[in-house]
Write a protein that binds this ligand. Structure first.
Ligand SMILES: NC(=O)c1ccc[n+]([C@@H]2O[C@H](COP(=O)([O-])OP(=O)(O)OC[C@H]3O[C@@H](n4cnc5c(N)ncnc54)[C@H](O)[C@@H]3O)[C@@H](O)[C@H]2O)c1
Ligand SMILES: O[C@H]1[C@H](O)[C@@H](O)[C@H](O)[C@@H](O)[C@H]1O
Length: 335
């Protein structure tokens, strides 16, 4: 069976996902598109034989030809579409963030539980990255004993002028918030944000770099650097320190060069390339799960937990205080 998918939002990542659905992945096709910029939707549809353009996301979700929905519009619009997909009983893959506020994420959790079906997957693609999976396998296998500390860094070479301080948390560190919790199977209890001296490559509305300190229920301490004007490349680092040893996220494969009296390997520049394979694996996984009737990747509860943690990090960043992270117990539906 081929899964007929409707995509809402044909911007940068929407077009990337459409291209992988059309050219790389199997068992699905894009049959419907919607974007507030209708001309952009028409332009993308022109390259997709048989795809129709709908006037808005709601009409696309309601269309009988659409069996499953991909939401890649702007973050603040996600909740409306995810809730509409749940109401229609259709599986939905929603790019991060699940919703713009923790409250809106919780309403999605409640709607999904009320529907009785696992329909929602959130686009936290790092859980599908083979390096992070190998790191998790080492931790779960007891190789380094109980995790005690995590040191990590999320560095972008540069960001657009519109990128401001809060985005360091909600757009960038959100990936660490999700993947570290998954990596060690633990939940966060507090957040603090330190602000080192700013790089001269930043601007008045962006504190860069920052260091986010998280503590978990089991007492693991995490320090996560976010540095989005580091200049030299896209660099994602993660070291888990355990009782019996340390495990480090592998570097992306790169040819080792001996040239001009130097031994060197390349550093990636583009985040799209760094996680290229994991985007393919996450969406293929979602396609198979959607067909089986139970979506089982990062779920609405994970999206909610990430939003609550991000809110605490923002509060910590603005106040300079240590902020407690409080969430209700995980509903049995998500066990
Ligand atoms: N997982 C990742 O690594 C990753 C990477 C990039 C972006 N994202 C997420 O994907 C989402 C989209 O990001 P982007 O970089 O593609 O943004 P973008 O601005 O390039 O594209 C967003 C598109 O949504 C459309 N849109 C806005 N409001 C809409 C609405 N109400 N209905 C239908 N379409 C609407 C816009 O016209 C635009 O075409 C964001 O939530 C972003 O955080 C995730
Ligand atoms: O939206 C992007 C994307 O999520 C990248 O993975 C991250 O490195 C960037 O900082 C962020 O702006």
């Amino acid at each position: 069976m081929t899964l007929d998918i409707g995509v809402i939002g044909v911007g940068m990542i929407g077009r990337e996902h459409i291209a992988r659905l059309a050219n790389t992945l199997v068992g699905a096709r894009v049959v419907a598109l919607a974007d507030v910029d209708a001309r952009q939707a028409e332009a993308v549809a022109a390259g997709l034989p048989g795809a129709s353009v709908y006037p808005d996301g709601e009409a696309l979700i309601a269309a009988p030809e659409v069996q499953a929905v991909v939401v890649t519009s702007w973050g603040p619009t996600h909740a409306t579409y995810v809730l509409a997909a749940i109401a229609a009983g259709k599986p939905v893959f929603c790019e991060k963030p699940l919703a713009a506020t923790a409250e809106a994420c919780l309403s999605i959790v409640e709607a999904e539980i009320a529907s009785g079906k696992h329909l929602v997957q959130v686009g936290f693609q790092r859980r599908y990255d083979k390096g992070y999976r190998a790191l998790k396998a080492a931790i779960d296998g007891g190789v380094i004993g109980a995790p005690l500390m995590i040191h990590c860094a999320h560095r972008n070479p540069a960001v657009p002028e519109a990128y401001v301080s809060d985005m360091a948390i909600v757009d960038t560190f959100i990936h660490e918030i999700d993947v570290l919790r998954w990596l060690i199977g633990d939940d966060y209890v507090s957040a603090q944000v330190l602000k080192p001296r700013n790089t001269r490559h930043t601007h008045a509305k962006l504190d860069d770099p920052i260091i986010v300190l998280l503590a978990t229920k089991n007492g693991v301490r995490i320090d996560g650097e976010v540095f989005v004007n580091c200049r030299y490349g896209y660099d994602i680092r993660c070291e888990v320190v355990g009782e019996e040893g340390c495990a480090t996220l592998p570097e992306p494969e790169s040819v080792v060069l001996r040239k001009d009296a130097k031994l060197s390997t390349a550093i990636m520049q583009d985040w799209k390339l760094r996680f290229l394979e994991s985007y393919d694996v996450e969406l293929q996984d979602w396609i198979e799960a959607a067909k089986s009737g139970r979506v089982d990747g990062p779920n609405a509860w994970d999206g909610y937990f990430a939003a609550v943690t991000a809110d605490a990090c923002l509060k910590a960043m603005h106040s300079g205080e240590v902020v407690e992270i409080v969430t209700p117990p995980r509903p049995a539906f998500y066990d």
